[in-house]
Design a protein around this ligand. Structure first.
Ligand SMILES: [Zn+2]
Length: 198
């Protein structure tokens, strides 16, 4: 969806914009004044992990659940685990950092990179690191994904990357179409009000 047709969480509205007006996520690196949407900035990502900051809006994440947009394969794995009554564990570490519920609902509908973490990886050297070898390139945009709430996360900052592992699914909102989460986002923004997202 066009970014200006989706209600913007206030903290996202405070982000710097690119020339089209797109809000630039906190973990996106800048080069020569241009945001590099396809990449994840190491230092910014490490900041998010260590200081518990939202990877989209850069504001503090309250204690409790965190959210992330997952791609088609992880979405299917979570759906399968939930249907079978099994706990789901994201055992393979990911480069995708957590964020607020509102921020991730927004991102799932607006940003092709944020909305499709697999697509982001497909465009970067990150895809070659083996961590995401299970991701089928090219299929990412066609498949469904999900906005997922997790009870917690762990992280590791290595020499050149920040790895996240998410535990305990507390909310699972799969999407089939680009605007699936529009009503959910409106309700979330009404609930959290104009202050900091939660
Ligand atoms: Zn946020």
């Amino acid at each position: 969806m066009r970014f200006d047709s989706v209600p913007m969480p206030p903290a996202v509205g405070a982000r710097p914009r690119d020339t089209r007006g797109y809000p630039v996520p906190a973990i996106t690196p800048w080069e020569d004044g241009e945001p590099q949407f396809a990449r994840t900035d190491f230092g910014r990502s490490a900041d998010c992990a260590r200081r518990r900051l939202c990877s989209v809006c850069n504001a503090l994440l309250a204690p409790g659940p965190v959210w992330r947009v997952v791609g088609a394969e992880e979405s299917a794995a979570i759906a399968g685990a939930l249907a079978a009554g099994r706990p789901y564990r994201n055992l393979a570490p990911t480069l995708e950092a957590p964020g607020h519920r509102a921020c991730m609902l927004y991102a799932s509908m607006v940003c092709p990179y944020l909305a499709r973490p697999d697509a982001r990886r497909g465009l970067t050297a990150d895809a070659a690191d083996g961590l995401t070898a299970h991701v089928v390139r090219g299929a990412a945009r066609g498949g469904q994904g999900a906005v997922v709430g997790f009870g917690g996360f762990e992280y590791a900052v290595t020499a050149d990357r920040v790895l996240f592992r998410f535990l305990d699914v507390v909310e699972f909102l799969p999407h089939e179409a680009a605007d699936t989460h529009l009503d959910e986002l409106r309700a979330e923004l009404a609930r959290t009000g104009p202050g900091q997202p939660r």
